[in-house]
Design a protein around this ligand. Sequence first.
Ligand SMILES: [Zn+2]
Length: 78
Amino acid sequence: MSIYQENAKQCRCCGKHVPLPTVLREYNGTTLCPTTFSNVMEYKRLWSTIGSRPPGNIRKHFSDYVQQLVEETIDKKY
Ligand SMILES: [Zn+2]
């Protein structure tokens, strides 16, 4: 097993995509692959821009995992 295979276990989505990530990122204490990380950043940016939870036609482009990560950390005062 390579170091990349070991590292990839830390991202919950990574069983689903190939090739495995070689560099991992961190969001709010959760280790993520760069794909998930950038989706989290984008979903969070959308939420801030819209001012509330993005509508379904936008949410469908983001996995439940990504949405959950952002929902746990977003400032719901928006
Ligand atoms: Zn992943």
